[in-house]
Ligand binder design. Sequence first.
Ligand code: EPU
Length: 339
Amino acid sequence: MKTKNKTSLKDLNSFRVDCFSSNFNIINSEKEIIDFLVSNKEPDSIILGGGTNTLFKNDIDKPILKIQIKGIEVINENNNSILISVGAGEVWDDLVNWCLTNNYGGLENLSLIPGNVGSAPIQNIGAYGVELKDVFESCRAISIETGSLRIFKNIQCNFSYRSSIFKEELKNKYIITNVIFKLSKNNHVIDYSYEPLKNDLKNNNILNPTINDISKSVINIRSSKLPDPKLIGNCGSFFKNPVVDNIKYKKLKKKEDNIPYYKMSKNKVKIPAAWLIESCGFKGLRDGNTGTYDKHALIIVNHGKASGLEIFNFSQKIKNKVLKKFNILLEEEVNIIDN
Ligand code: EPU
């Protein structure tokens, strides 16, 4: 473990907010986590993965544990499927590319998602019709309170849309150190039911897509409407898409006939937060050093010199306007870290 006193967090958060940590610890193994927990009785340490879903509101005095546990290992396989064990500190998209190179199927729809493997189960990352829960077998995690190791199987993680047990009842209670994925080796399940993906494949005359075709198409779509965090600071979707019941949806539809929705269950529909935000006039709007991306209203961007507080205040303006206009309270997808 390496501990530093004053560390810039600018390159460690994809919003590229310029702030400092006064207690920064780089963790390379489960043992280092346990050693840290034994010698630091600080219950509210901050666990940092790729920093791609994190907004630091200010400088951080609480200890930060930057998880850098690496490694991709095959642990079991048969003719059809394979189990791989991946360190929490591996970069998500490097894992996706490793799978594509080896022709292992399951992660291709999740191409180009920023972040690290250990953060993926927390918010059940999802895109283009697939969610992490579809390929997740289990994970290893260490209790912050007791330092003991626990294995969570898929069913025990209570995965739901952009959430899991690690975001709800066990929020900030465990540090994920390793994830096991179950992937296909042949007869891959190719899912291109998501409309924009279907259209992109069709436009490229691809009728029977391979997992590599799906990945390329997802990359095309993502790059055309989401800003590259290396070029412009952002954390992807700032808010979750709100889920409302049918009664509320019908009321909204009466007022706004063209309101888009996705059916979630018999009684519930999901409404794109981007549409609500755009309808409130925020798309492409600039507010000092921050604003929303001009090609996607759900992405808040840092135009270069925004502080965490500035970005946070702007997000609250959006939230208030949407609440006033639609009576819908948006919920942040990004983790907001306050000292
Ligand atoms: N829309 C607008 N204005 C915009 C953009 C979109 O009105 O500026 C409306 C359109 O009606 C569009 C709909 O919103 O059809 C949905 O947009 P999109 O397909 O871009 O998906 P999203 O619901 O905004 C979600 C995820 C993304 C993921 C895409 C694709 C959430 C919070 N976000 O976005 O995930 O890439 O679907 O599956 O669920 C992320 O989590 O950071 C992320 C980018």
